[in-house]
Every structure is written in structure tokens, then in C-alpha cells.
Design a protein around this ligand. Sequence first.
Ligand code: ADP
Ligand code: MG
Length: 387
Amino acid sequence: MSETVAGAVAERFGELYGSGPEGVWAAPGRVNLIGEHTDYNDGFVMPFALPHTAVAAVSRRKDGLLRLHSADVEGGVARIRLDEAVPESDRDWTAYPAGVAWALRAAGHDVTGADVHLESTVPAGAGLSSSAALEVVVALALNDLFGLGLSGSGLARLCRHAENAYVGAPVGIMDQTASACCRAGHALFLDTRDLSRQQIPFDLAAEGLRLLVVDTRVQHSHSGGEYGKRRAGCERAAALLGVDALRDVAHGELDVALDRLGGEEELRRLVRHVVTENHRVEQVAELLDSGGTRAIGPVLVEGHASLRDDFRISCAELDLVVDTALAAGALGARMTGGGFGGSAIVLVEVGDVAAVTRAVEEAFTAASFRAPRVCEAVPSAGAVRLR
Ligand code: ADP
Ligand code: MG
């Protein structure tokens, strides 16, 4: 399967650039199983990689030129001179791959140019991290071709730096780490403070379970500003509590911390979400480790309620997916990603997939919402060289 994809992408590369690529690489999108809005609080997250990948065919150049083409974007081959590439100079999708080349060169690596052709099955803007897939696939290709010797987590840090400094998006480290470091059949427990990580067995199929991703296909326009407000609120709460980050408030100390915030109701809600969410990541890790995958269902539901009621970043579409799926027999469901749209995840028995999917689709029709896109998320491998 991946060999067929690699062959097709290589062939298209040959048509575009005149000769075959030196290699073909793939990097996946991701879903976050649990641990939402914990990353910028130095907390825990637990993503897993999707079977959906960005695939890149790449060859080296020696003349300082980066030529970029994506099958998924209108327009021809973009040409960027590496010595002219500076942060926020590219306003379109090319900023992601150009940012990676820029970050590598800024770190002292001798990257002298490349031809790149990309094709991705990660839906863009659905909260499934198409951007990290794009960055990581390009970073891994350049790492291999130029013999840079960077590890998976080294590539992840570099890609995050590219997205923060070059693209100008204040993202955390989760997406790039998931895309670079996940293992098939596992979820990745990541401590975003020290970047230590642990592969947690998460073999849904072996237990007769499925995890659905429901893309609501909405992104409410205020999401960016609301993200900034939540982040600033978390920082203010940490300062008032005298800790470096909300991660430092232990679950057992939550009530004391909330008392100390007194009448700051808004901050109390943010703190309650972050502290209980970190605890939920640890709970899910323990349950999965002991083979209790079905038992994570209620923890996912609690996580959704916390995001909806305390963090207040859900929306009608996401709530409808969760409520409908649970009523139709799902074991658990929650919104995933930054909020105000994007995707929800639903944990179901294999025999209930059809009924739950139908129920969600019918509920969207009845509410006059745009039809959602439902797919199955099989915990898949991180970035690899295909050929
Ligand atoms: P997400 O990462 O959640 O999908 P982002 O807004 O972070 O959403 O990234 C989406 C952006 O990534 C797109 O607007 C586009 O610039 C870029 N992108 C994603 N997939 C592709 C692709 N296949 N080809 C070109 N650009 C892509
Ligand atoms: Mg992104």
C-alpha cells in the first residue's frame, strides 16, 4: 500500500522536475487522545499517529534553491532562495517546508537546497495536524539526504521552532513529536516540560474496539483570539499561585489552589480544567497499561465536560457529536484539538460503529449543520522513509 503511494508520488516528482527523486518519506497527522490545552502549561498530552500521512518525494540541490510543489494546492512549483528565506517572509503553505529548511540552516546544518513534491491525505484545518505532518516529512527527508543525524525528538523540536519563528504560529511541541515519534499500535505519553515520553500500548483492534474521528468541518472564526485569552489566563493564574506553570499544581492540591484564587472565577475555571486534565492523562495511561481500554471511555467524557464547562472552548457541533454518540452507545467521546470546531473522537465497540456513525450524521442533518466527515483512527507509525 505505502509502496504504491510512494511510487505514484515519485512518478509525479519525475514529471515535475525531470528526473526521479532520491527518496520518498511519509509523516502522519495525529489525534490527541487526552490532554487538551495542557501543553502550554508544561503538562501531559497523549496523542497517537493517524494512518493519514503527508508524503514527500525529495532530491537535493546544490545551488541554494528550494523548489516546492503540493498536489493539494492550486498553482505550480514555488521557488524560494534559501539565503533570502527569513521568518514570516512566506505567507502561504510554502512557509512550512521553507521554515524547516530555514531552521536547519539557522542551527548550522549545511542544507544547500532541494526539490520537493508533496501529497497529503491529512485533512488541513481539521485539528489533525496537517501542518506538523508537512514539516516533519520535509525535515526527515532533509535529515536523511544531508546526513544530519537528528533524532525524532530533535526533528520535532526543530519543526516546532520553524512553525513558531518562521510561520509565526505559537504552537506547542505535541504535534511534531507525535508525527515524528509515534509507534503503530501505541499512544504516546509526552511530558511537555522535560519532553520525556513513553509508548503506551493502544491496540484497539485487538480489543474489538474502534476510535472514530468526526471532523465537524467548522472552525469558528474567534478561535485564535480565544486561544490567546485562555493561554494568558493560565499564565496569570500560575503567577498568582506562585508556580512556574499550572503543571506544578498537583491534583491533590487543587482545592487549596482554587481557594487561593478567591473571587477570580474565570481563573478558577481555567485552573480546574488544566489540573484535572493532567490527572486524566495519567489515569488514561494507567488504564491502557493495565489493559483497561474500555474504562477510558468515562475519562474521555469527563475531559469533554471540562473543556465545555470550565475551559469553554467547545461549540454546538462538537457537543452534538459527543451527546449523540454517547446516546447511541459509544463508550466515550470528546472534542479534540484547540476547540471551537475541528474534530471529536468517539470510542466504540466494533459492532456499534455503523449505528453511532449513522446517529451522528442524522443529528447533523436534523440540526441543519454541514455534513461531518467520519473516519476510523488506527494508531499508526510515526514518520518513515518509504523508499
Ligand atoms: P492543522 O495543522 O490542524 O491541519 P493548520 O492551520 O495548523 O491546521 O495547518 C493547515 C495549513 O497547512 C494549511 O493552510 C496549509 O498551509 C498547510 N498544509 C496542510 N496540508 C497541506 C498540503 N497537503 N499541501 C500544502 N499545504 C498544506
Ligand atoms: Mg497545525
